[in-house]
Design a protein around this ligand. Structure first.
Ligand SMILES: [Zn+2]
Length: 250
């Protein structure tokens, strides 16, 4: 019963987070933009994903939970601390994904603060020059109760609720499109880019591993290559979340 109640509360908090803005931010980017984001630091996102972005002259945003670094899970081999530092030095952005990879709706204000502080300390110990401006909700679960708090700590919070951001947006609940073979195909990628071009939008992709046999949460190199080629064909700049925010501020 308690578990059911807690799930019900989590769902309500998530739905409120989705629909109630802390405030409305108007995007002032002069052209459409696209960001490629990867969660949880699978090794293949570093070895294949980052390398493919770099081959297009682009950089990505990698949302890291300190507790998952070097910790292989059921779905992939994990990247390690050296990978985090290497990504940062190669110009990719390192974002926060809580330290323990916990849903925001399960954390009270003190617990969230601890998660943020611990993750920052972990990343700064690896390299003090890592800036942490961007946050992604673990498991995609937002929390209305935590949005004000996150707004003070980060420029943006990325959800996994589908959509292309344009016009007035909620920076504490940015929408994103899956770069996940099970959920997205080439036509879907083209439609998302069409939307970004029609509405001068900010298209954000999210994914995990990048390998020929991806997990249910990851993508094949072919799907990532299609998205990168689409951006290049349409002359849409590929920006990290922090870079895109600089453009969005106009
Ligand atoms: Zn995650």
């Amino acid at each position: 019963m308690n578990a059911l109640l807690s799930e019900a509360r989590a769902k309500v908090g998530h739905r409120l987070a989705m629909h109630l803005r802390v405030d409305l931010f108007r995007l002032h980017n002069s052209t459409p933009m696209v960001s490629f984001t990867f969660d949880d630091l699978p090794k293949s996102a570093v070895t294949s994903g980052a390398a493919m972005l770099e081959a297009h002259g682009a950089r990505g945003t990698f949302y890291v939970s300190g507790s998952l670094v070097g910790a292989d899970g059921p779905d992939w081999v994990a990247g390690d601390a050296d990978d985090v530092v290497a990504l940062h030095r190669r110009g990719h952005e390192i974002g926060c994904h809580t330290f323990s990879h916990q849903r925001a709706c399960d954390l009270d204000a003190a617990a969230m603060q601890q998660e943020i502080t611990r993750n920052r300390a972990y990343l700064h110990a690896l390299d003090p020059s890592i800036r942490i401006d961007s946050f992604a909700y673990p498991f995609g679960y937002g929390s209305y109760a935590r949005k004000h708090q996150l707004r003070k700590e980060f420029q943006t919070c990325r959800s996994i609720v589908q959509g292309v951001n344009s016009g007035g947006v909620d920076l504490q609940f940015l929408r994103a499109m899956p770069l996940i073979d099970r959920e997205m195909d080439r036509d879907g990628i083209e439609r998302a880019f069409d939307d970004a071009q029609t509405n001068n939008g900010w298209l954000i992709f999210y994914g995990h591993d990048v390998t020929d046999r991806p997990s249910p949460y990851g993508c094949s190199p072919a799907l990532l290559e299609h998205a990168l080629a689409a951006a290049s064909r349409r002359k849409i700049p590929v920006l990290t979340m922090a870079e895109a925010m600089r453009c969005a501020r106009g």
